[in-house]
Design a protein around this ligand. Structure first.
Ligand code: NAD
Length: 493
């Protein structure tokens, strides 16, 4: 059996164990074996990380010119490009996501740091057309302070970049808490950060459980901003925690994203987009297109083609080059999927392919591409976020009906529309209550494109030009240019 590797946290530029000496074991989803341990941070460790971030904020980072902060962001980007393969491997071992995707993503994430480096010295203030003679009023964008970034286990390099890069660019310092389900990638990333020579304490990366670690971080009185990505139940804790320190919160939560295929769609393109949307990353993506609505007159034909395609998907070891779907991240996830499928079939849902744990390995958490026909979208698999390769398929007759159906879910993160009719594509995309709409495509990201949801999928956009302002506050400054003293100190005006 390979030796278990022990990792340390990165606090104030030093590699440390938790003060209690406690550790978390992390499993390899491919074989259910412990492959690494990381420190289990407690309140004391969190306090140390936040204090060091506060110290760096006051004494080095916030007073550096934005152009100089940008230089460090570009160094992070360089490190990511140089080490994309290594990071990809670690992420694959820790999460089960296929190596083809993790290494490509680690490389692409460098673009986010370059993008925000470019923006760092372009955020300007204003001069207010003030209604008082002899006064000039300006607004400037100032950093907020210590940012707590709470990261889920999936797409962690991306979800870290969209928080860390704008936060640093604007002069904030950061404490990142990695997910206990796959904490190692971010600790490896910390090694790259160290190589850039960024001042100590500007970036701290800690590992721990939701409680006490995540709770201690999000209630800490020196934390001024919480950037959270994860599930909606955890988000409710985060919002309550933020009542303790009155920090500004952004939430990127789950989804149950609807996709519609009209009878005039380019079917081959739709088949590929749907496959990418729900079977890419084994469906473990917050924007997974997991509810599919097919127009009645193409329903049987299109569904048969989709089933044929899904059956051919190669499930296998995540490091293998020809693997298309790897294992799920945890056994708990697999059990949750099975529970939802069981209650759906008991209520009339029909499994058309997949539907049962795969025999590809009797150790890893493998689940095949699964398609389930549902007469209504209130069946459990069609209503709940499953975070797995499970597609629920429903029928519709006309545009008005499908818009209602697509909007009939508590989430509002992503959505997809397949049609060759431009006017219809435009109408439907406008009517869908979601933060993102893909028309005749799916599952794309970019540092330039804002990302985030509405309804129970959260609030606050990540990526894109506006998102950098989410890491600033406006300061208003009054300049008195009058030669005369203030006339009456007891009035306002
Ligand atoms: P999760 O909510 O279980 O955990 C997310 C993070 O919150 C972890 O680091 C965890 O330790 C921490 N946490 C848990 N309890 C906490 C508490 N009381 N206080 C502070 N922190 C606490 O999510 P997960 O299972 O790791 O990830 C899957 C979820 O994330 C899915 O719902 C998915 O849709 C969502 N997600 C959303 C996006 C997006 O951008 N919208 C992207 C990826 C994942």
């Amino acid at each position: 059996m390979p030796k278990i590797q022990n990792f340390k946290m990165y606090i104030n530029g030093e590699w440390v164990d938790s003060s209690s000496g406690k550790k978390i074991q992390t499993l390899n989803p491919e074989n259910n074996e412990v492959w690494a341990t990381v420190p289990e941070a407690n309140e004391k460790d969190v306090d140390k990380a936040v204090q060091s971030a506060q110290n760096a904020f006051e004494n080095s980072w916030s007073i550096l010119h934005p152009r100089d902060r940008a230089k460090y962001l570009r160094l992070i980007a360089d490190q990511l490009r140089e080490n994309a393969e290594h990071l990809g491997k670690i992420e694959t071992i820790d999460t089960g996501k296929i190596y083809r995707e993790t290494k490509t993503q680690a490389n692409y994430i460098a673009e986010y740091y370059d993008y925000f480096a470019g923006l760092a010295d372009k955020v300007e203030g204003t001069v207010v057309p003030i209604d008082k003679p002899d006064m000039q009023v300006t607004t400037t964008r100032i950093p907020i302070g210590v940012v707590a970034a709470i990261i889920p286990w999936n797409s962690q390099m991306l979800l870290t970049a969209v928080k860390l890069a704008p936060a640093l660019a604007m002069g904030n310092t950061v404490v990142i808490k990695a997910s206990e389900l796959a904490p190692v990638t971010l600790l490896e990333f910390a090694k790259l950060i160290e190589k850039t020579g960024i001042p100590k304490g500007v970036i701290n990366i800690i590992t721990g459980l939701g409680e006490p670690c995540g709770k201690a971080l999000t209630t800490h009185n020196l934390v001024e901003r919480i950037a959270f990505t994860g599930g909606p139940e955890t988000a409710k804790h985060i919002v309550k925690n933020s009542a303790e320190n009155l920090s500004q919160v952004s939430l990127e939560l789950g989804g149950k994203s609807p996709v519609v295929v009209f009878d005039d769609a380019d079917q081959e393109n739709a088949l590929n987009g749907i496959t990418a949307g729900i079977f890419g990353a084994s469906g473990q993506s917050c924007i997974a297109g997991s509810r599919l609505y097919l127009q009645s007159n193409i329903y049987d034909e299109f569904l048969d083609k989709l089933i044929t395609k899904a059956k051919k998907i190669k499930l296998g070891g995540p490091m293998e080059e020809d693997t298309q779907m790897g294992p799920l991240n945890s056994f708990k996830q697999l059990e949750n999927i099975e529970k939802n499928i069981k209650s759906t079939t008991e209520q009339g849902g029909k499994i058309r392919c997949g539907g049962e744990r795969s025999s590809v390995s009797n150790k890893g958490y493998y689940f095949p591409a699964t398609i389930i026909e549902c007469e209504n979208h209130n069946l459990p698999v069609a209503e709940n976020e499953l975070f797995g390769p499970i597609l629920s398929v429903m029928k519709f007759d006309n545009e008005e009906e499908v818009i209602k159906k697509m909007n009939d879910n508590k989430y509002g993160l992503s959505s997809g529309v397949y049609t060759s009719n431009f006017a219809r594509g435009h109408r439907v995309s406008k009517a869908i209550r979601a933060g993102i709409v893909f028309i005749n495509t799916y599952r794309l990201i970019s540092p330039m494109a804002p990302f985030g949801g509405i309804k129970d999928s959260g609030y606050g956009k990540e990526a894109g030009i506006e998102s950098i302002k989410e890491y600033t506050r406006i300061k208003t400054t009054w300049y008195n240019s009058s030669d005369k003293p203030i006339s009456d100190p007891f009035t306002i005006g």
